[in-house]
Design a protein around this ligand. Structure first.
Ligand SMILES: Cc1cc2nc3c(=O)[nH]c(=O)nc-3n(C[C@H](O)[C@H](O)[C@H](O)COP(=O)(O)O)c2cc1C
Length: 327
């Protein structure tokens, strides 16, 4: 094990049917050769680097924390207004505000040392070089168990087209970071594409160890008094319950198109939603916008998930993954 704090939360995969040492029902899931104590993760950008959330509940209750996107240099992000509440969700254009990888490693990452949870560092970049530099710096930080690659960023050298728009580019960036980071890489797919399955296959071809989806959907709202867009960036990303049906459909499509595990994200607001994602093929589910409404939701979902499994007479949560019965 790389991280001293992780030995009991994340051990090499044990046989899934070995029930003697595990609690029943067993919530643990195996992803990319690591075992997480449950499938309940946080979504990038909705809980910073973990400190604030830890004041609400013990972070040890999570399967994993996914950090805010980290870039090579610190970024102040877009000026306000950068968030707006909408019916069925929220629109945000934070602009990847973050402390930059040097400060992250020096000041933020060690906060998670004592926690027995998976630490997934989300990395963003505006060039291949930036992704490679940030990931190789994190390679030397054993507490960064995995990297989630935010590929919903404009590639400056291709005139601003997002990396995640093109399967070949996705394959190229994933295989490049795989060479510099020795632990699992999870590309996070953008839903703003024509064929999500093609992009997922590109990620898998590049060597992705798992795939997470979805990031936010591009959207816009208008203030009719000022006649200006609601957000200073004009456009933003829509998240929350409004996007859940899209996320479920895409998760299921990707689950059926690749062999690597899929992590579901998008509008999960309660335990029922988490179960829906798992039935559609997700091995774990990230809670994002929901945390702004109910920061202790992960603890509630954990409790309700156990109840549901007991009621369904299931011993392990893995029995839900991909068990959707389609017409
Ligand atoms: C305020 C806010 C900030 C976000 N920042 C990031 C980010 O830095 N990197 C990233 O990959 N996704 C970011 N996301 C997207 C979420 O991680 C998630 O993919 C999306 O919100 C959909 O899930 P949800 O509906 O459960 O929130 C952000 C979302 C919100 C609402």
């Amino acid at each position: 094990m790389n991280s001293p704090g992780m030995t009991s939360a994340r051990t090499k995969p044990a046989p899934l049917n070995k029930k003697d040492t595990r609690e029943t029902p067993d919530l643990s899931v195996e992803i990319a050769g690591y075992r997480f104590k449950n499938p309940i993760w946080t979504a990038s950008g909705t809980c910073g680097y973990g400190e604030e959330l830890d004041t609400v509940f013990d972070l040890n209750r999570l399967g994993a924390i996914v950090t805010k996107s980290i870039t090579r240099q610190p970024r102040p992000g877009h000026p306000p207004p950068r968030c707006s509440e909408e019916s069925g969700g929220m629109l945000n254009a934070i602009g990847l505000a973050n402390v930059g990888v040097d400060n992250y490693i020096a000041e933020k990452l060690s906060f998670l040392d004592g926690y027995r949870i998976g630490v997934i560092v989300n990395v963003a970049g505006f060039s291949f070089q930036e992704y490679i530099e940030v990931c190789s710096m994190l390679a030397d930080c054993p507490r960064a168990d995995m990297i989630e690659l935010n590929i919903s960023c404009p590639n400056i050298s291709s005139g601003g087209i997002e990396f995640g728009d093109n399967a070949k580019e996705v394959e190229r960036v994933v295989s490049a970071v795989k060479k510099v980071f020795p632990r699992p890489i999870i590309p996070k797919l953008s839903p703003n594409v024509t064929d999500i399955a093609e992009i997922a296959r590109g990620a898998e071809a590049g060597g992705a160890d798992a795939i997470s989806l979805i990031n936010t959907l591009i959207g816009m709202t208008v203030n009719i008094e000022t006649r200006r867009p609601t957000l200073s960036n004009n456009r933003g990303g829509l998240s929350g319950p409004a996007i859940k049906p899209i996320a479920l459909s895409m998760v299921n499509r990707v689950y059926e198109s690749v062999r690597v595990p899929v992590i579901g994200i998008g509008g999960a607001m309660n335990c029922r939603d988490v179960i829906e994602f798992m039935l559609c093929g997700a091995s774990a589910v990230q809670l994002g916008t929901a945390l702004f409404l109910q920061p202790d939701l992960p603890v509630i979902v954990e409790r309700e998930l156990k109840k549901y499994l007991k009621k369904q007479k299931l011993d392990t949560v893995t029995e839900l993954i991909g068990k959707l019965e389609k017409y």
